[in-house]
Write a protein that binds this ligand. Sequence first.
Ligand code: GLV
Ligand code: MN
Ligand code: MN
Length: 411
Amino acid sequence: MSKISINADRLLGRLRELGEIGRDPSGHLTRLAASDADKLGRDTFIRWVQTAGLDVRVDRLGNIFGIWGELSPDRPGPLLVGSHIDTVIDAGKLDGCYGVLAGLEVIQTLMESGKVPDFPIAVAAFTNEEGVRFAPDMMGSAVFAGALSADAALGAFDTNGSTLGEELERIGYAGAEPVGFFRPRAYLELHIEQGPVLEREGVDIGVVEGVQGISWQRITVEGQANHAGTTPMSMRRDAGVAAARITTFLDELANAGAGALVATVGCINFSPNAVNVVPGKVSLTVDMRSPDLTILKSAETRLAGYLDRLSGQTGCAISSERLAMTDPVLFDKDLVRTIERVAAARGLSSRRMTSGAGHDAQLLADIAPTAMIFVPSVGGISHSPKEHTPDDHLVHGANVLLETVQSLSLA
Ligand code: GLV
Ligand code: MN
Ligand code: MN
């Protein structure tokens, strides 16, 4: 097979351009799912998909597909590549966008090279991967893969009381296709590592064998708002203290897990949130992850037991609501080996690894052979404006994706 390479300038230029959409005047990038900024990002992506000559299809969940070739109900579906273009708050420009734009770049490169694949190839931009505005995360791919109902996803509320369904209608991305209107024959996702391993070890490519499980909960603590000066310590029902203890409990639980468990309280809301008022109500989020389902489940059980005891100790009512739960997944062994072989053939070093971050690929793995390719993240930083990967690594990763797609789709 002759070696071709992606058009690096086009890929890097598009990454830069998409990375400017949703940037506020002070330079912070936020493109939450189904927001005005997301609409502009989607419009731009679709313009590029159309320029490349692909057929654009949007499903009811707003998942966007650019398809090269004819889908037929009688044959297995396309080889699918992709990721997401929604972002967290104050994001970097690579998380998700790299996989989507590199997917498009790979298809465009193959089209321009005159190669004709044995079956359709498609690029996907899945809706609301981040889950920051609407829970759960990986929502578009979860519905696509049949792990979540479309009605549940479209009915999810943001903190202003709008549903995803209403917001997709508003921005013009409640598409016509039924969710899951095709079943991919395989799925590949290229992504920045978002962690420190590849950079620390000086390795070019991460060959991802699986993704750790994710458990999200929202905990609500209800105490008694009262005067901060007049209420004796012994007579308080301080929801803020309970929230602080929950945070400390989780930190200790994860630190005792010898690397097999991570836990984060990423969001806390105090009410009434005033300097001289004992907090009457606090809601906080819990994100726990482990590659081992038994450890994750046991962490959930231990947290539930702690909340019961804490409620007795503090006199606060404590309730919890599940926001998301994704089991750990293992990717397809043949695809993992193919990626490893392709990296070596391109003269790139690689190592196998488990993803710490959640990805659409972990949902797709339920319905199709799936694997992921990682490139290094400088300083291991992501979900931050400091997220960065040098251009040569971005290009290497896209070429590994290109050659993997080639080796799967061209005789
Ligand atoms: C997705 O970005 C995650 O939270 O891992
Ligand atoms: Mn991502
Ligand atoms: Mn992310």
